[in-house]
Design a binder for this molecule. Sequence first.
Ligand code: NAP
Ligand code: 3JM
Length: 343
Amino acid sequence: MKKYTVAVVGANGAVGEEMLEILEEVDFPISKLVPLASARSAGKTVEFKGEELTIEELTEESFAKHNVEIALFSAGGSVSAKFAPFAVEAGAVVIDNTSHFRMDEDVPLVVPEVNPEDIALWEKKGIIANPNCSTIQMVQALKPLDTAYGIKRVDVATYQATSGAGKSAMDELVNQMQAFFAFKLDDAEHKAFAHQIALNVIPQIDKFMDNGFTKEEMKMVNETSKIMHKNIALAATCVRVPVLRGHSEAVTVTFEQEVDAAKAKEVLQGAPNIVIEDDPQNAIYPMPFLATGKDETFVGRIRNDVFDKHILHMFVVADNLRVGAATNAVRIAQKWIEMEEAK
Ligand code: NAP
Ligand code: 3JM
């Protein structure tokens, strides 16, 4: 079986570290792994398959120098904008975790459980985009329900973990909690978020747009329609909560057809990488703390609306660094290999 030279851009970031772990776990066919980051991290090491690999500074030459064949980017949108073209030029397929290319018509936006066939369009630009973390877990649950009942509209409120904003944002929550227990919370700094996140919830993720929604909320709107290949009316309220890992979502779906919660549960049970945790009488429902470290998306609190038989409510939880980022990217890479090797 062919093995590939794989670069991970942002290798020591919250997402990058998870990428390395998953590549190792799934025994990805790698001949050489090239960890890349900024000059700040060059010379530091990351662990892969029991070996210490030295991080190199990302430059325009990095990809050609190592003959990289698969480049996994998660170092921010501006880094992808500047360096992804050099990876493509060097002959690599880029799987990009940032929002930079997601809505580009010539770049497929892929959740392998939902629209794997779109990977075939990768050659247009050499780039495949990984959707936003909140979008990925939601569409995994929406797709089978859309097939069964036809979705008309989605209303979602998210409860997003600090790790979605990177390692420094996780540190910020921990530092503020420590300051709280030392009676010094008033002095604790906040940089990653507009306000203190400890003992708080912040109804702002990313910047505000002119329409009153945030960029994160509009990512969910636009990405959902692109991935599902149909215009879905959607409104999101994205909220940062003092959780380190695991995004939760309260999702309300309006269907063309009437829907029965028990039957919808069966539909979801048959969906790939969905796990139902729904026994409220025994306090069983999805929670971020249970989803951490897992590669499945957990769905519970599935119930009919009290007023309208076309409406279903559910709670959807997944590990944002894995399902919402690294696992999805690695699954795309695996599928890409499968499709290329079948050519
Ligand atoms: P993080 O923990 O802050 O890590 C950022 C990584 O990028 C570090 O390895 C950092 O290396 C590297 N980096 C920063 N500036 C760089 C530059 N100019 N050149 C090369 N490397 C650079 O952040 P994260 O949580 O891993 O997220 C990284 C990005 O992934 C985000 O900005 C976002 O676009 C994307 N993301 C996507 C999802 C998703 O759902 N698809 C989820 C989370 C994040 P240094 O240590 O050298 O700075
Ligand atoms: C930049 O939880 C989050 O903040 C979302 C993850 C994220 C993204 C993304 O994937 O959309 C954090 C920071 C981005 C981005 O726009 O690429």
